[in-house]
Design a protein around this ligand. Structure first.
Ligand SMILES: [Zn+2]
Length: 121
């Protein structure tokens, strides 16, 4: 599952930033996962709980992972209709044209994280 390597990258990214800001630990990580991003939130959480037990410097059992789901939204460039597509390439349900652009739903990123100066949460 590629969520394992994605989570590893997220933790590395956050840890490097936390180190540069002289934080002692990370309290929370907020991640945005789009419905069409090919990332499974369940698998991401599973990967996160694995890393929580690895004795990392900034991430431990008390660190929380918040997954913010981003809905898939497509807009038809012909009639401007906005709808929820099942796939990246979608047919407009209103005018049947394949001129739709994806407005959101492909995002996968760290929205923010919360660091702490204290060792105990
Ligand atoms: Zn349309």
């Amino acid at each position: 599952m590629h969520e394992m390597s994605l989570m590893s990258e997220i933790i590395q990214l956050v840890s490097e930033d936390a180190r540069s800001r002289s934080f002692k630990r990370v309290e929370r990580i907020d991640v945005v996962v789009g419905e069409l991003s090919n990332v499974l939130p369940d698998a991401l959480e599973l990967a996160f709980s694995y890393f929580q037990g690895q004795g990392l410097v900034f991430i431990d059992e008390a660190t929380t992972l918040k997954i913010i789901r981003e809905a898939a939204v497509a807009r038809c460039e012909i009639c401007q209709w906005e709808f929820e597509p099942d796939y990246q390439i979608a047919l407009c349900p209103k005018c049947d044209q394949v001129s739709c652009v994806l407005v959101s739903g492909e995002t996968f990123k760290v929205e923010s994280y919360e660091g702490s100066d204290a060792l105990e949460s």
